[in-house]
Ligand binder design. Sequence first.
Ligand code: NAP
Length: 309
Amino acid sequence: MSNHREVIIIGSGPAGLTAAIYTARANLKPLQFEGYSRGGQLMLTTDVENYPGFRDGIMGPDLMEEMKAQALRFGTEIVTKDVERIDASSRPFKLWVEGTEFTADSLIIATGANPRLLGIPGESELMGRGVSTCATCDGAFFRDKVMAIVGGGDSAMEEAGFLTRFGSKVYVIHRRKELRASKIMQQRCFDNPKIEFIWDTVVDEVLGDGKVSGVRTRNVETGAVTDLPLEGFFVAIGHTPTTAFLGGQLALEDNGYLITEGKSSRTSVEGIFACGDCQDHVYRQAVTAAGSGCTAAIDAERWLEDQHS
Ligand code: NAP
């Protein structure tokens, strides 16, 4: 197989696969490095009820399987390997994949982000069984239930408010006595009668056998340990975008997210485009990621056309 392509796509969540579908249909014969964590964050969710077109919902992994099949149908070449590093200093761009060098006229970066986890016992074991990192995805499964969310940022406040639409009560557990969230988001939560704050407190363990039955909390001031019964436990302590492999060659925001220009997917390096959660820390939905994958494919296609004319 030749190691040069007009377009190489890195990542295979909804953004990367949509970019693949569009570039493949534009006859650009994309090569996609889907990575070992192929399919992205949706592989970790259960029912997806808010992706348009599936009135009864669809399982996250099934949705990704459908997108991949669609990308393959139009001729995308998909390789299950991680890109270790790139050289964006000259064109064609160079990429290294397990020691093999590839070159591309244009690159689409769709490497996503990973929700940060607490790393406590029970958290990974009960993921999808009461533990979630996405209130928008999973909140509706906890109708009339007691839930808790950990974090003191805008995400935690926004998601706590969202969860009160379903749950009977939502605890916000925060490790300090001051929130990082914007004042307006804080006030909304303080005013919400279903939300109760638990300050100066960390969660040491998620409890439950097969599904979440509670969390073990510890007050960092007094050391008091309390078991809090609940059924839904949400972690909202931020995300880490997968951009470290770019080695600082593309402009990033302070929080590590790729900077794209205006409504486009153009990064700071001409010919490199970014889409999905590696450049979006605000919306972070499968459907917005897919939309931005389409944008990146069209941007890349038009840019390549300009190079040839
Ligand atoms: P964030 O602002 O980084 O907040 C993370 C929160 O998690 C902080 O309160 C932090 O506590 C806590 N935390 C981190 N590690 C922890 C740990 N190991 N144990 C317990 N708590 C931990 O992240 P975010 O809330 O996801 O927001 C990310 C960005 O998106 C921000 O710029 C935010 O403004 C933006 N955003 C905006 C909106 C909106 O405007 N509608 C909505 C969501 C997000 P400390 O405070 O003690 O560090």
